[in-house]
Design a protein around this ligand. Structure first.
Ligand code: ARG
Length: 486
């Protein structure tokens, strides 16, 4: 057992209790954030005269050595320690002696873990955003090449009106674009530094919380020390946004599974993204899409788990909060994998344009346009709706389609039909005439594609940073971090 406390105890902790209480098994992935936070903390302590410059330099160099050794595999994170914070402090003290024991001055593990988790999550928000951007690029490229790839649009999974592949994919573009906006929104709201909140009520040391916040790229310090150590809202918001990403990926996956089925064959998933059957040699299954759909439930579970953990917790820190980590990490890992794999699957998928167009020609997807045709000839819409309904029934009876009827047959049902009906209900016209903003007609679609291309290309990074800027702040040049301006 290796723990940071024990002075007021007369007995050793029961070993099962120790294991139950320990979090190092999963919080070891926070080691870089822990070192970053400690580095900023001691630099601030020295600036405030709480530590000497020499002590600060020894600690900063010691911490940097630990980071490098862990990264190089020369130092492994020993799970005998209670948590990552204990591990770093113990190794530091082992390496630099008693000065290491000054690291925790003016700090509690409560604000320390709040900081580590926030730093880690902040990076995940940026990484998810970057992955979503890649997915958007693949979707937009597909849209650009398919403004004239006709396909049926569905409601109730029944053929409804004709549309195009570009239009269908455009719906997902908008969804994932909103997901990116949610990432930015969360980033803006969460980017405040909890370090300096202490256990719950701040400290009596003259800490400069603005400085630590600035050193780690935060907009500023959080404004209430109790809230700082017990707030997990940013994680809940992020998990909710990740659940929404998964819901979008899951709906898209479901459509791809349907389109890839033997009956539809609208698309063919690349061999590299399909799997076979151990018994049925002919099988090529869409497992990636199915797994993405399946993992959606798991991410929702992570969100519900955290919401339930937080419900009813009194202020301020409670050990229940240690349960935030496994759920959050599971969601981060799962969603990043899902976006990356889905993007690869989409990028390599083949489209069967002929089958899609042929499918759009059946199922009376042009019935609305036939009714609109009669409206243009002066028939009130409600009457036109009834006439075309009878026409569809006639076609079903004859096992044919509206555009395959002769003019005589059409006139037998309504004398307003003329020769121009055939052009009016052709697949091309049905799509091309839909030109309102957001509709599938090629001209309307091209304007939307251009707007979205501009959105993808514009440099938004002036306020929303590249994730690499947030990866390590504790890089040391000689004894001081490069970003530390004295
Ligand atoms: N492992 C703990 C967590 O993740 C760190 C904070 C411990 N604080 C305490 N007062 N026991 O929440």
């Amino acid at each position: 057992m290796a723990q940071l406390w024990g002075g007021r105890f007369t007995k050793e902790t029961d070993s099962q209790v120790y294991d139950f209480n320990a979090s190092i098994r999963f919080d070891k992935r926070l080691f870089r954030q822990d070192i970053e936070g400690s580095t900023a903390h001691v630099i601030m302590l020295a600036r405030q005269g709480i530590l000497t410059t020499g002590e600060m330099q020894d600690i900063v160099a010691g911490l940097d050595g630990i980071r490098k050794d862990v990264e190089a595999g020369k130092l492994s994170i020993d799970e005998k320690y209670e948590d990552i914070h204990s591990f770093v402090e113990a190794v530091l003290t082992e390496r630099i002696g008693d000065t290491g024991k000054k690291l925790h001055t003016g700090r509690s593990r409560n604000d320390q873990v709040a900081l580590d988790m926030r730093l880690y999550t902040r990076l995940q928000v940026l990484l998810v955003d970057a992955l979503l951007k890649e997915l958007l690029k693949v979707i937009l490229n597909t849209m650009e090449g398919n403004t004239d790839t006709f396909m049926p649009g569905f409601t109730h999974l029944q053929k409804a009106q004709p549309t195009t592949l570009a239009h269908h994919f455009g719906a997902y573009f908008e969804m994932f674009k909103r997901d990116r906006l949610r990432m930015k929104d969360i980033f803006k709201r969460m980017n405040y530094c909890p370090l300096g909140a202490g256990a719950l009520a701040g400290t009596t040391y003259p800490l400069d919380r603005e400085l630590t916040a600035e050193l780690m790229g935060f907009y500023g310090p959080t404004l209430n020390s109790m809230d700082s150590v017990s707030d997990r809202d940013y994680l809940i918001e992020f998990l909710a946004a990740l659940s929404t990403v998964m819901m979008h990926l899951s709906r898209f996956s479901e459509e791809i599974i349907i389109w890839n089925s033997n009956e539809y064959r609208f698309v063919e998933i690349d061999d590299a993204y399909s799997t076979g059957s151990s018994i049925m040699p002919q099988k090529k299954n869409p497992d990636i899409a199915e797994l993405v759909r399946g993992k959606t439930g798991r991410v929702y579970g992570d969100l519900i788990s955290l919401l339930t953990t937080m419900k009813g917790l009194p202020l301020a820190y409670n050990k229940d909060m240690q349960e935030d980590k496994e759920a959050a990490f599971d969601a981060f890992d799962t969603v990043k994998d899902c976006i990356a794999l889905f993007t690869g699957m989409l990028d390599t998928m083949k489209y069967n344009r002929e089958r899609m167009a042929a499918s759009a020609m059946t199922g009376f997807t042009n019935a609305t346009d036939a009714a609109d045709y009669l409206v243009n000839k002066g028939v009130p819409f409600r009457d036109a709706h009834g006439i075309i309904g009878r026409l569809v029934l006639y076609c079903i009876d004859k096992n044919t389609s509206i555009d395959a009827l002769s003019l005589e047959e059409l006139r037998g049902i309504c004398d307003k039909f003329e020769e121009d009906i055939y052009d009016a209900v052709s697949l091309k016209t049905c799509v091309e005439k839909r030109l309102t903003v957001g509709a599938p007609g090629a001209e309307a679609m091209k304007r939307v594609i251009a707007l979205n291309r501009e959105y993808l290309e514009q440099e938004e990074e002036d306020w929303f940073p590249d994730s690499s800027e947030y990866e390590i702040h504790c890089e040391v040049t000689e004894t001081l971090p490069g970003w530390y301006k004295v």
